[in-house]
Design a protein around this ligand. Structure first.
Ligand SMILES: C[S@@+](CC[C@H](N)C(=O)[O-])C[C@H]1O[C@@H](n2cnc3c(N)ncnc32)[C@H](O)[C@@H]1O
Length: 255
């Protein structure tokens, strides 16, 4: 076990943490924002109440956590028996994920963390039975390319969690000839993430595309997923999910 002083130093280092990890001897990593507690709790309950029914055990399965940050959701897959590859573009996040893995005595051969851009992942088609893609879609400059890659490397189901714009009505767009217009139900809002260099939860590039729910469905279908389920939050869950500002999709490769 890592000495208590070292664990204390790790927990107290700046910036504060994305997840609350129990490092033993009463040491708990401090959250960088209080709301994260209910965001994580909501996501954990929504995702695993569905996944645990689909796949009661992940033993023998290979799973991916893309944009894993400090690795909380990768750990959830690991605890269910999966061999997990988890990656994040920021080394500071991966260093923390590895430190927590060591402190918690988790097997590094079955819970593998690497610092990598998702777009550089060189996995064979259908490598991952289950892929998590949480909190990443709306931080990307090329979300459609990412979903195509996600579809290619996933064998069974991908779980996509994202922020939504509040755009519910169609956007009218001219189309080639004077007086011809399309009503586009699916749309994205463009966001300049000017804090990308300083915010370790954010995008790596500065321009991000935030989708509305119809855009997520359309992009997942265009990427090749054949069945798409949007999960329903339950009463009492985080208001962003109840208010449709964030949502979670299960995207299946086979029907
Ligand atoms: C909002 S956080 C979500 C973290 C975690 N997946 C979750 O939902 O709790 C987004 C994470 O994606 C990482 N990230 C951003 N762009 C990435 C990319 N191109 N490839 C891999 N990770 C990326 C960030 O460093 C950050 O840790």
């Amino acid at each position: 076990m890592m000495p208590i002083e070292e664990r204390q130093r790790l927990a107290n280092e700046s910036p504060k943490w994305m997840y609350e990890f129990d490092l033993g001897d009463g040491i708990v990593t401090p959250l960088l924002a209080e709301e994260l507690r209910t965001i994580h709790d909501t996501r954990e309950r929504m995702i695993f109440s569905r996944l645990d029914v689909l796949l009661p055990s992940l033993e023998g399965l290979r799973c991916l956590d893309a944009g894993c940050n400090e690795g909380f959701f990768a750990q959830q897959l690991y605890q269910r028996g999966a061999a997990v590859d988890a990656l994040d573009i920021r080394d500071v996040n991966i260093r923390r994920a590895k430190a927590v893995r060591e402190i918690c005595g988790l097997d590094p051969a079955r819970l593998r963390f690497s610092t990598r851009d998702f777009f550089d992942l060189k996995a064979e088609p259908e490598t991952y039975d289950v892929s998590l893609f949480l909190g990443l879609l709306y931080h990307l400059e090329n979300p459609m390319g990412a979903l195509r890659l996600l579809h290619r490397i996933t064998r069974d189901v991908a779980v996509i969690e994202t922020q939504f714009t509040r755009q519910q009505s169609a956007i009218e767009s001219g189309w080639g000839q004077t007086g011809i217009y399309h009503q586009l139900e699916a749309s994205c809002g463009l966001m300049l993430e000017e804090d990308a260099h300083a915010n370790r939860l954010a995008s790596h590039k500065v321009l991000s595309f935030v989708p509305n729910p119809a855009a997520v469905r359309l992009m997942l279908e265009a990427a090749g997923f054949t069945r798409i389920e949007q999960l329903e939050p339950e009463a009492g869950m985080n208001p962003q999910y109840l208010g449709n500002d964030r949502g979670i999709f299960f995207a299946f490769k086979q029907s």
